[in-house]
Structure formats: structure tokens, C-alpha cells
Design a protein around this ligand. Structure first.
Ligand code: MN
Length: 162
């Protein structure tokens, strides 16, 4: 699932359910359906699965302060095959290379998360891989800004619209 989050800086929280928690990355520029785009994904702490339904305005002073919407969600399938053997998502993330298929409402097809750098400089890159779902033009963040839960935009949520 992906949340759009208007915290101090607008970003998208990309979350994959792994072993009972959401492994999470903050993606400042948001995900892209264009295989030419590599998006920085900064690993952040795991979140409980309850976060998957969080939409609204997080109060000032609370963790994650600011408006948040559920921008996309759906099933995923791990497609990593290191050495030709299918791997679990947990293993793939441990190795720093995960290839997975997304079946979201907006993000669809095969994606890759790859760890680069190390130590304090560790970061990940989120990339759409070439397939029939890839979109070489346009910007899904602009075309589909709305919540998949309520169809509200983050601006409407921030204003308190129902
Ligand atoms: Mn966030």
C-alpha cells in the first residue's frame, strides 16, 4: 500500500506487508509507472498493519503530523529468483534486491526495490520494470491524485472535507 503524506515535506510512504508488519520506505518524489524513472526510497521504521487504513489529519505534535490519504493498495507477489530459486520477500529485502508484481488500483506490473550505498548512507531505489503495464508518458501522481478509499484528494482531507 502507498500513502500520500503531507508532512513537513510531501512524500509517499511505500509499504509492503512482510512477516506481519509493513516494511516501509519514504519516497520523496513518489512512485512512477515509467521505467526510465528511478525513485529514491528512504527506509523508515516498520509500521503495524493498522496503518494501512490510516487516512485523515494526524494532529500537530503526533508522529507523522499532517494530512495523509491511502493513495493505492492491493496485493503483491514476490518475483525475486536469486540463483534461479524463488525467494521470499523477507529474504529478498535482506539481500537488498526485491522484484515484485503489484496488483494495485494504480501501481500495476513488475517493480524493483534495490538497496544502494551502505552504513549511514544506505538508501533504496524504486523502479518500474519494463512490461505491458509500464507507462512511458504521463505521471500517475498527477493523473490519479485521489484516495482509493474515499476518492478525496489530500487537499480535501487537509481541509476536513468528508
Ligand atoms: Mn510518512
Amino acid at each position: 500500500m502507498v500513502q500520500k503524506h503531507a508532512a513537513t515535506r510531501l512524500h509517499y510512504d511505500f509499504r509492503l506487508e512482510v512477516a506481519g508488519v509493513f516494511r516501509s520506505w519514504a519516497v520523496p518524489k513518489g512512485p512512477s509507472m515509467n521505467p526510465r524513472e528511478r525513485r529514491l526510497a528512504v527506509p523508515v521504521e516498520d509500521h503495524t498493519l493498522g496503518w494501512g487504513n490510516v487516512e485523515g489529519v494526524i494532529a500537530e505534535g503526533e508522529y507523522g503530523e499532517g494530512a495523509v490519504i491511502v493513495w493505492d493498495r492491493g496485493a503483491y507477489r514476490c518475483l525475486s529468483e536469486p540463483g534461479g530459486e524463488p525467494a521470499s520477500m523477507e529474504e529478498s529485502l535482506e539481500r537488498g534486491l526485491a522484484i515484485f508484481g503489484l496488483d494495485g488500483e494504480k501501481l500495476r506490473g513488475v517493480f524493483r526495490l534495490r538497496r544502494v550505498g551502505d552504513g549511514r548512507d544506505v538508501r533504496w531505489l524504486l523502479t518500474k520494470l519494463r512490461d505491458a503495464e509500464a507507462e512511458w508518458e504521463g505521471d500517475i501522481l498527477v493523473e490519479r491524485p485521489e484516495s482509493v478509499l474515499t476518492r478525496r484528494t489530500i487537499e480535501e482531507v487537509a481541509r476536513g472535507a468528508r
